[in-house]
Design a protein around this ligand. Structure first.
Ligand code: NAP
Length: 329
């Protein structure tokens, strides 16, 4: 598995990492044994980067990773977590040094480490990105050794650009996939220029780009693909990338056909498309089981995608999806 430098953290991480929201909650039930099977498969496939958050299952994702890591000291990987969404709202009012310390202390306990590898502000509101005091507080936590580095997870390209202006920001996590192409315009070039790492999330548009869903597919009631289709619980852009489900299924069918023309499985083609964008440090598909992890890891080894495929994916985005998402995020 190719390893890339994660921005100014200096850490080397696998080009395909693992998103672990599924391990915590919001994606229907997952037993502890299933979660460990996912983490085992990731390590076996050479994945050295896990992304979690303090709110995934209210800490369950972090705790499972912590327990798994204790049992696998041979895994020399990086775990990125996130904070601020334990607050009543992810706004500047709550982005205080005191809260940051309390949240990171809880994550350190959950993950069983002295120093967190990377903490990302978890999609806060605009006011947080532009406040000097926020970055000073994060610098203090670095100086104290509670966290080794910090970054941001963002909803919009504008937020990514604000954050990259700050010298302490090591990484930016953003949605990037065949149905969310705006970050290619300014965010990825700016990250490369600033040496900031890009963690590309939701590469499968919440699974749509695997081509497995139909208009009739029913998701579990406790899966955000049921309960957040219209942004009822959090930003609608996190569910199917903000594309309405019917449009998404139809566009995914076209994407699958394009992948097949090039002899690729759709999920592998979708992940390879992200991984091969200049500036991406790691792409972090979430996975429900070990088989998905293995095939996603293999996507990191897909040969350079032909220009004809890349052009067709751009055309598909422009024709079917762009009008729904481009102006919003
Ligand atoms: N605000 C934030 O910072 C934020 C928000 C969202 C996500 N994230 C992070 O980004 C990670 C990835 O995003 P995501 O999990 O939301 O979306 P995603 O990676 O686009 O989609 C994950 C889903 O795709 C399906 N899938 C995965 N591998 C597959 C394969 N090989 N073949 C077929 N289907 C496959 C699974 O669906 P089924 O469940 O139907 O099998 C899985 O649950 C998360 O786990 C989390 O770590 C962060």
């Amino acid at each position: 598995m190719e390893q890339r430098t994660l921005g100014t953290t200096g850490r080397r991480v696998s080009v395909v990492g693992l998103g672990t929201w599924q391990i915590g909650g919001d994606w229907g039930p997952m037993e502890e044994s299933e979660a460990f099977a996912v983490l085992d498969a990731a390590a076996e496939a050479g994945i050295t980067f896990f992304d979690t958050a303090d709110v995934y299952g209210d800490g369950r994702s972090e705790q499972l990773i912590g327990r798994w890591r204790a049992a696998h000291p041979e895994w020399e990987g990086t775990v990125a977590t996130k904070m601020i969404r334990r607050a009543p709202e992810p706004s500047l009012l709550h982005a205080t040094e005191e809260n940051f310390r309390a949240w990171t202390d809880r994550s350190r306990r959950n993950l069983g480490v002295e120093t967190l590898d990377l903490v990302q502000l978890h999609c806060p509101t605009d006011d947080v990105f532009t406040a000097d005091a926020v970055y000073s507080a994060l610098d203090t936590l670095v100086a104290e050794g509670a966290i080794a580095a910090y970054g941001v997870s963002v909803e919009t390209c504008e937020q990514a650009l604000w954050a990259m202006d700050r010298p302490g920001v090591a990484s930016v996590q953003i949605i990037l996939n065949a149905f969310r192409q705006k970050p290619l315009e300014r965010v990825l070039p700016a990250a490369q220029a600033a040496g900031v790492g890009i963690i590309a999330r939701v590469p499968l548009a919440s699974g749509l780009l695997s081509g497995r869903y139909t208009e009739e597919t029913v998701f579990s009631p406790d899966d955000h693909r049921s309960f957040n289709r219209h942004g009822e619980a959090f930003d609608v852009g996190e569910t199917f990338s903000g594309v309405d489900y019917t449009t998404g299924v139809q566009a995914a069918r076209e994407f699958s056909a394009l992948a097949a023309e090039h002899g690729l499985e759709p999920a592998a083609a979708a992940i390879a498309w992200v991984a091969q964008q200049p500036g991406v440090s790691s792409v972090i598909p979430g996975a429900r089981n070990a088989d998905q992890v293995r095939s996603n890891a293999a996507a990191g080894k897909v040969a350079e995608l032909p220009a004809s495929f890349v052009d067709s994916v751009r055309e598909l985005y422009t024709r079917r999806v762009k009008a729904q998402v481009h102006h919003r995020w």
